[in-house]
Write a protein that binds this ligand. Structure first.
Ligand code: M6R
Length: 617
């Protein structure tokens, strides 16, 4: 939610900020803005509703000359997307500029206080309140310097924020702070970069500081980076990290969209997720995060998986995997429900949080709650060093590489890979998975990237053709049983989020308890029907659909006869053990959603109303 870029150095600040914003546009893209500081210390602010491309259309006097500036790409929370609500926001005296990612929950109370003191507001945003609160602290005491005023203001607000602030009277100084939203500082040779993630500065430096929760920093070429705690101004020694990210990972690499690139990266991302962990020849799964705490898992009363969206779907499949192979009871909860329903959690529980971004506000809050209640908390995140990864007791990274398309694809299959490894590892350890079965399952898992490659090769063109027939569909049903019920939910989510076609996922057997009423000749039904996994029951479900003239798109195993004979469209995937079928079956469903969305002219990588990291409730 919202992307922030800042720069001070010797290069053209306009170019650095604009190019950086383009890389962060996945975080929010309903408006964009930039502020540059002129050589005589005056601000030039340009902002607009729309995308970074719209911002570029507005001419800038300081392009080419300003060496310091910052920008923002927005996902609206307070106030509609509009020029006025776009960031940066200026204080009433015009001297302070601020960009913000997050939500100031008590902004209304502060706004009332400031209004009584004579402040006026041009926007509906919480951000404009914060920038004026900073001015207020400088107004009421002329001894209060700019960084101190920012610190005072941050101590008054609650909610989530990552901010970057400039002051005309403090030329060359950038003040940043964070609580609940990420912020990285890139350290170059005589230049500093600020960004919501490292992608805007990866080609300029490999050294970065990830600002910790509750910390702020004052950055200038003259004095370097001074980090302090927001609550009591204690000095913090910066921890400089080496970036692993490469430019290639964050570019489209010849694909039309990031989503398509990420779908095609899955053989590699699954392989990378297993690398060093799955040692087939030695017959072991090495996962330090699990192994170091294996007794916690073994003695757990239950495992609770918390997540949102696609990660929640992965969690549902995790439940099937862990219960089948490790025989440990698992519950899967939406993080947003878990955190507010006063759940019963004890120190005998293990809570696994799944999150691609590692930033999702609901997942983060649910995890904190579980931690407070004494549960052991384990993270499955894709973004290294993300907030969730940092607060967990242990965890496993998915190593899928940066996922930029808003619709999650490769992160999902990487999450399934980790959950499979965990289930097999725990099952082997606690004796529920015998050695022979373990050996044959891990050999099969090792071959999954090859099978995905085969699916991509054999179904890509076919799925494109199928997609053409459904461009004008208004509804879709997705059905599956067992492990493929969550895969059906995920297929439906993919379609609705990028094509805006209404889609529902259901366990196939539930169809007759309601959704069957929707079926007629206009209803497309995607049904996942692999050989292993209640095949006979699925055959009956397909018969029930065909009896009502529904259009069946069946995902079946190669050589399938019965379902294929009844289906209107057949997509063949290689046969696997049931537990692997959601990984393999998800790939053609991702392609189907992708091509339907492309043919409908939708913006696949930046679907309307969505953002990649949901850092607000
Ligand atoms: O980063 P997270 O995995 O925590 O994100 C959770 C959801 O917001 C995310 O999966 C969302 O549903 C995606 N847009 C799905 O494609």
């Amino acid at each position: 939610m919202c992307g922030i870029v800042g720069y001070t150095g010797f290069q053209d600040a306009y170019d650095i900020v604009i190019n950086g914003l383009r890389r962060l546009e996945y975080r929010g893209y309903d408006s964009a803005g930039i502020v540059l500081e002129s050589t005589n210390n005056k601000f030039e602010v340009e902002k607009t509703k729309g995308k970074v491309d719209d911002l570029v259309n507005i001419s800038s006097q300081l392009k080419g000359t300003a060496k310091i500036g910052m920008g923002h790409t927005r996902w609206a929370t307070h106030g509609v997307p509009s020029d006025r609500n776009s960031h940066p926001h200026l204080s009433n005296n015009g001297k302070i500029a601020l960009v913000h990612n997050g939500i100031i929950e008590n902004y209304d109370t502060i706004k009332t206080m400031l209004t009584e003191k004579g402040f006026t507001f041009k926007s509906e945003t919480d951000t404009e309140v914060l920038v004026n609160l900073i001015q207020y602290f400088m107004d009421i005491n002329s001894d209060t310097d700019f960084p101190t005023a920012v610190r005072y203001a941050l101590n008054e607000v609650y909610g989530a924020y990552a901010i970057t602030v400039l002051h005309e009277d403090y030329p060359g100084v950038l003040v940043v702070g964070r609580l609940g939203s990420p912020l990285a500082i890139g350290i170059g040779e005589k230049e500093y970069f600020i960004a919501s993630d490292a992608s805007p500065f990866v080609e300029f430096t490999k050294e970065a500081i990830y600002l910790e929760e509750g910390h702020m920093a004052t950055i200038s070429l003259e004095k370097g980076v001074d980090i302090r705690t927001i609550n009591d101004n204690s000095k913090i020694e910066p921890e400089i990290q080496e970036l692993k990210l490469s430019l290639e990972q964050i570019e489209k690499g010849g694909y039309e969209h990031f989503m398509l690139k990420e779908i095609f990266e899955q053989p590699k991302s699954i392989h990378d997720t297993m690398r060093g962990r799955l040692l087939v020849d030695e017959g072991v799964i090495k996962m330090a995060g699990i192994w170091d705490h294996v007794e916690r898992f073994k003695n757990a009363n239950r495992i609770i998986i918390i997540a949102c969206g696609t990660s929640w779907h992965a969690g549902l499949i995790g439940e099937y995997l862990i219960e089948e192979y490790a025989r440990i009871p698992v519950e899967v909860e939406y993080a947003s429900e878990f955190r507010y329903r006063n759940p019963i959690i004890t120190d005998k529980d293990v809570v696994i949080a799944i999150s691609q971004s590692g930033e999702t506000a609901d997942t983060m809050a649910a995890l904190k709650l579980a931690k407070e209640k004494g549960a052991f908390i384990y993270g499955i995140c894709n973004v290294v060093d993300s907030s969730i990864a940092r607060i967990t007791d242990a965890g496993s990274y998915t190593h899928a590489g940066p996922e930029i398309g808003v619709a999650s694809t490769k992160a999902f299959t990487a999450q399934l890979t980790i959950l499979t490894l965990i289930a097999f590892k725990l099952g082997k350890h606690n004796g529920n998975l015998g050695n022979a079965d373990f050996m044959s399952l891990i050999a099969e898992l090792d071959a999954i990237p090859k099978k995905i490659e085969e699916v991509l090769n054999t179904t890509h063109e076919l799925v494109q053709n199928i997609a053409k027939d459904f461009v004008n569909a208004t509804n879709f049903l997705y059905l599956g049983r067992g492990y493929n019920y969550p895969a059906a939910l995920e297929g439906a989510l993919k379609l609705k989020e990028i094509s805006y076609i209404h889609a529902e996922g259901y366990p196939a057997a539930e169809m007759k308890h309601g959704p069957i009423a929707l079926i007629d000749e206009n209803m497309p039904i995607v049904i996942i029907a692999p050989k292993k996994g209640h095949y006979d029951k699925i055959v009956s479900n397909v018969q029930e659909i065909k009896a009502r003239k529904g259009k069946v798109i069946a995902v079946v195993n190669k050589g399938d006869q019965q379902v294929s004979a009844m289906a209107d469209y057949v997509i063949e995937i290689p046969e696997t053990s049931e537990c692997f079928s959601p990984i393999v079956a998800s790939v053609p469903l991702q392609l189907l959603a992708y091509y339907i969305a492309v043919y409908r002219g939708a913006n696949v990588d930046q679907p309307r109303n969505l953002a990649k990291s949901v850092t607000v409730e």
